[in-house]
Design a protein around this ligand. Sequence first.
Ligand code: C6P
Length: 434
Amino acid sequence: MTIPLNPETCGVDFSPERAAAALERRFDVECIRRDFPILHKPLPNGKPLVYLDNAATTQKPRQVIGKIVECYENYNANVHRGIHALGDRVTTELESAREKVRAFIGAGDIEEIIFTAGTTASINLVAVGWGRRFLTTGDELLVNEAEHHANLVPWQQAAQATGARLKFIPLAANGTLDLTALDELLTPRTKLVALSGMSNVTGAVNPVREVAVRAKARGALVLVDAAQSAAHGGIDVRNAGIDFLAFSGHKLFGPTGVGVLYGRRELLAEMEPMQFGGNMIRRVRRESSDFADPPARFEAGTLPIVEAIGLGAAIDYVTAIGWDAIVAHERALTAQAWGQLSQLPGLKIIGPGAEQRGGIISFTVEGIHPHDMAELLDRCGVAVRAGHHCTMPLHAALHISASTRASFSLYNTSAEVDALCAAIEYARQVFRRG
Ligand code: C6P
């Protein structure tokens, strides 16, 4: 039997226990937690950390941290430039990370993988590089009000710049997509449908494949914002019929500062670069230039090299554990949290039932502002996010200004779900007393 872990490429310290657990596809959460140093550091108030803000960013395992240290200590150099040993090594590492991303999302070719600064940068690149080139007056972009601002504002800008118009897939009462009228909304003028794989507020997992099939029938392209979904399950861009896919390294156990744009080869070949300078050219004359082929055409300047290599280590990490095991663990936590939270008096969960969502639960509690709630939870060591979560139109549609959000990851435990509920009860007591 081959061990599905590669200490060579993943950095440091794959413990034999971890390897054995991964081999058996047994999910040992305590074992996994040992990979994340931050989870064992007490907070300034002495409480143990209960980190439930994974939708904002995930914590990093030692395998990723170790890989970053390994890069800086052993082969730090610029890529695609230096004719020296360090330059060769780091270029090989970077391109190996690109290959890992390709395999991770099921793309056909590494030239379809562009390293960017994150999901926001990736979507902007499509909105400008594809949108400004191909959209004209009267064209339609199909979006929805539940999207993160990163998958709405760039399309507003593209529409304003080109005369295209935004159309919205309606939302059901719980904030999920209502696809009943999708076929009528899609017209021959629809050029692109932009939607997330999973909402960062409702946690709803969108039926991307179904939308893609229906969009394709009308000749529209499909862009998927996988900022949240990338950390919760396998993606297969070809099988799902996705034309563009965007995600961030930092929500997938990798470093900040790096993200990915996948684009189908034929589409990238036609797109305009958004940034100009070194690395993205083929030939520069005094008055004009020719640009390199993708991906270099869209990677002007020095890349987030070490960050991209760190992302490669993060992909190795989750792949070694196995998505089936990760998803099963997160589903169990989400079901437990949904069940317990929905019993708490005055607490209203936003979005669908546990079976239709990934590991994100946003809620409101009668009489307690979400910011106060987050602050009181923090006193108990429970880290959550409060606010509009960069989804103002969704909150407006739900007639609320803010919500509190707990989001789960592979290292969270059933006891931490209990701790969340106990901390909410504490907050209710504080407000009752006050
Ligand atoms: N959501 C959250 O707490 P960046 O910042 O570029 O890495 O990711 C932007 C982004 C795009 N789409 C979705 C669905 C997202 O959730 C995010 C980031 C964080 O919900 C920070 S606002």
